[in-house]
Design a protein around this ligand. Structure first.
Ligand code: BGC
Length: 790
């Protein structure tokens, strides 16, 4: 209530009866009345218009684009909701995606440019283990959404890294659900602090691209709750995203967009989600079932869906109250949207300032995997650098598809070196430029509207004669060998030549390393990649390996900040790097099997226009909860680099571990001291793992329960980090009781610099079993799963 209203209420007792309603009404009640009044004025057709998006340009032509509302409002946006001025309903513009706002940079009859900042990929951001940093990235990303006139960003994406070959892993965060949830919540808070919305996606168990429109993910209730839903739960409970995007796949026989269990029982009843749910673009096949399940908005939307919904209401197959409920949820968010509030967007976000945030964020998520005899950072003697590898010159800033961004520029590694005053060996630079130009001209031109959307076939590494390598080794101070990988939506990666290095790449690393080492010089591999790959067979060759990920538009500058020591690397692995692909726990169940080829993709969503046929397919998650380090550690498998691993240019000492009690009651506090005992300032990611008793249920040998990152510690300085464990952190999901239960017994707390480098340990006990939360039974698999356990 504002001051003026207060005075009226106090001064006019005679009018009390009249004013009592407006004085005592809560904002929620007032909004509810407003929504009810709008719904009362709506025809059935209006309601169908509200729950079905306004379409998208599937033809790829500019002409068709101009007739789609989204494109008229913000060229290049992915979709829009209906414009119903009669009812005072403005459209909402929805645009991708996880690494920055994705819009078209150029417009017809307009000399202006509309570039956005390409931030580092999601996996890099998570590798910072720094929610504050991610929130900051979210703030500036959200500012571009606001200033370009979009209402909802179709991000963050947080499907779990189940298998390294998933083509969209770069858009997602990690193999650990706690880390996923905390990083997602930070991103949502950041973006939404700008008064625009997010859409956390793709809900849920969407862990592959092969047969993505149809695949049935068969997975246990426990693995769903503990692994695949947990990140979404944390994000919803901690950050209340405006919207959730359901996924393309089925879970245990039902499309997620048509699953009442998932979208209502779990998302709303169990977790208290307040916003609306939209489909992924063309997802699902039954508009009426989607309405009933609680998938409030169908995107991008087509007339057939409206007809189906209207007919179902008229024929009594769909209760109009279901439609009203969904409309109400959309309006609840619409009232918050900038377009509804007539925000005067500038189309001029501060791209320079945002580029600095992107540059900084990228350095903080890079992971130093190897550093023999302090090969890095560059010493003062390093002046001339030999840069090998195509992507030293054509850096990969991010993945393809809807996770791509149209940025104004990108900084290749070679340019980053020059910007920092290093001399790049010229004849190599010239040779690579000519080779890449020629290879690009020969690259096959893809066909159809999606060609530009898909990753182009990788240009094979240039063959460099060993005589030239020897010459370069004699004439320069250090070698950088960049290995690049790219992928994106609609296709998964392959093992051969993608997860594994090609023979040419291996021989390049080997020959260059040897030539430089023979000259008493170092060779450094820079991995410019979007997901996990094989390292065990070649990592002995170079002196150092920097996992630079796909670092966004400032790539070259960020990488050189780390190589030169301007920034001390502090990222740690968010995924296990296995010794070989054969070791991955889901190897025999990825990407599942085809049950029937080329089925007709009929349905209401219009996906048949886009893709007339697909395969009927299923994937069974037999590894169950043993994903990532939960598998490698529990099954005692050797790995190349373990979850949580990462080096620094300094060293840290851990000490003084204290638990508030050796018995758990309601909560338990943990503190530990970290000291920088090395030569330069640095930050350390501290991980708290918990080993729980497993009398009742098999459990992973340890699970991440908390984490924190120190501030920048100068040499000799220390910091005490504090953690709080809640009953939930102790609990596992017991399917037979549909409950999260903490088993009685001894719990071990392990403080690690990684999941396998445990620095301090202590234990506490839980006297009696705790039923932490009972939930509704939901999403039971349609058949017994042959589940893996130790
Ligand atoms: C992707 C989504 C994206 C949507 C809109 C779909 O193909 O799966 O992640 O938000 O397109 O572009």
């Amino acid at each position: 209530m504002d001051f003026g209203m207060k005075i009226i209420c106090l001064m006019a007792p005679a009018l009390f009866g009249l004013f009592v309603a407006s004085c005592s009404k809560s904002p929620g009640e007032a909004e509810r009345e407003k929504i009810d009044a709008i719904i009362a004025k709506m025809t059935l057709e209006d309601k169908a218009d509200m729950v079905v998006g306004t379409g998208m340009n599937l033809s790829g032509t500019n002409e068709a684009a101009s007739v789609v509302l989204a494109d008229k409002l913000l060229p290049g946006a992915a979709g829009a909701t209906s414009d119903m001025s009669r009812l005072d309903i403005t459209p909402m513009v929805l645009a991708d995606g996880p690494a920055g706002l994705r819009i078209r940079p150029n417009r017809d009859d307009d000399a202006g440019t509309y570039y956005c900042t390409a931030f580092p990929i999601a996996t890099l951001l998570a590798s910072s283990w720094d929610p504050e940093l991610v929130q900051r990235v979210g703030e500036v990303m959200g500012n571009e959404v606001l200033e370009y006139g979009a209402d909802i960003l179709l991000a963050p994406a947080l499907n779990l890294h189940r298998n390294p070959l998933c083509g969209r892993n770069f858009e997602y965060y990690s193999e650990d659900p706690l880390l996923v949830g905390k990083i997602t919540a930070a991103m949502v808070r950041g973006v939404q602090s700008q008064n625009v919305g997010t859409s956390i996606k793709h809900f849920a168990a969407n862990n592959q691209e092969t047969n993505r429109f149809t695949v049935d993910t068969i997975v246990s209730e426990r693995a769903l709750r503990e692994i695949y839903l947990e990140g979404f739960r944390i994000a919803v409970e901690e950050a209340q995203p405006w919207t959730v995007m359901s996924s393309y796949n089925k879970i245990n026989g039902t499309y997620t967009s048509q699953s009442y269990d998932l979208l209502t029982r779990i998302l709303r009843d169990d977790w208290g989600f307040q916003g609306f749910v939209m489909t992924d673009w063309l997802g699902g096949d039954d508009a009426v079932a989607q309405m009933e399940a609680g998938n409030d908005l169908l995107m991008p939307g087509n007339p057939k869906q409206k007809e189906r919904i209207i007919a179902a209401v008229k024929e009594g197959r769909l209760d109009e109250s279901v439609l009203n409920r969904n409309v109400a949820r959309i309006l609840h968010i619409l009232f918050r949207s900038p377009r509804y509030k007539q925000y005067p967007y500038s189309s001029k976000p501060d791209l320079r300032a945002h580029a600095l945030v992107a540059r900084r964020a990228a350095t903080d998520g890079m992971v130093l995997l190897k550093n023999r005899e302090g090969a890095l950072p560059f010493t003062g003697q390093i002046k001339k650098v030999a840069a090998f590898g195509n992507t030293s010159y054509e850096i990969i800033t991010g993945g393809t598809g809807s996770g791509d961004v149209n940025e104004a520029y990108s900084v290749p590694l070679m340019e980053g070196l020059e910007n920092a005053g290093y001399i790049v060996y010229q004849s190599l630079k010239v040779a690579y430029a000519a080779y890449i130009k020629d290879a690009k001209e020969k690259q096959p031109v893809g066909e159809g509207p999606l060609a530009a959307f898909m990753p182009k076939p990788r240009i094979e590494e240039m063959e460099v004669q060993s005589s030239l390598i020897k010459k370069v080794a004699a004439e320069t101070d250090i070698a950088l060998i960049t290995i690049g990988r790219n992928s994106g939506e609609m296709a998964d990666r392959k093992q051969e030549g993608d997860f594994d290095l090609t023979e040419r790449e291996k021989s390049l690393i080997q020959t260059v390393s040897k030539a430089f080492q023979e000259n008493g010089k170092k060779a450094v591999v820079v991995l410019n990649i979007g997901g996990v790959m094989e390292t065990a067979s070649w990592r002995d060759d170079p002196d150092a390996i920097l996992l630079a990920w796909q670092p966004g538009q400032e790539a070259g500058n960020s990488i050189v900040d780390v190589l030169s020591g301007k920034v001390n690397p502090s990222g740690k692995l968010v995924d296990t790097f296995p010794v070989s692909y054969a070791d991955v726990p889901s190897v025999s169940n990825f990407p599942g099997r085809v049950l029937e080829s080329d089925i007709n993709l009929a349905g209401d969503s219009g996906r048949d226009v886009f893709e007339p046929t697909s395969n009927k397919a299923e994937v069974v998650y037999e590894e169950d909860i043993y994903v990532g380090y939960r598998y490698y550690n529990s099954f005692k498998k050797e790995v190349a680099y373990e979850f949580g691993y990462g080096l620094s240019y300094t060293q840290f000492e851990y000490g003084n571990l204290k638990l508030s009690s050796n018995e758990f009651k309601d909560t338990l506090s943990i503190s530990v001291e970290v000291k920088n005992i090395g030569p330069v300032a640095g930050r350390e990611v501290v991980q708290v793992y918990l080993s729980a008793p497993s009398e009742k249920l098999d459990k992973p040998s340890e699970e991440l329960a908390a984490f924190a990152k120190t501030g920048l510690l100068e040499p000799g300085r220390s910091q005490t980090l504090h953690f709080e464990l809640s009953p939930r952190d102790l609990a596992s999901f017991v399917t037979s009781e549909s409950s999260w239960i903490a088993e009685a017994g001894q719990y071990e707390v392990k403080i690690g610099a990684s999941s396998r480098d445990i620095k301090q340990a202590a234990s506490f006990s839980l006297g009696e079993e705790l039923v932490v939360k009972k939930v509704q039974k939901a999403l039971a698999p349609q058949r017994e799963i042959n589940r893996m356990h130790p």
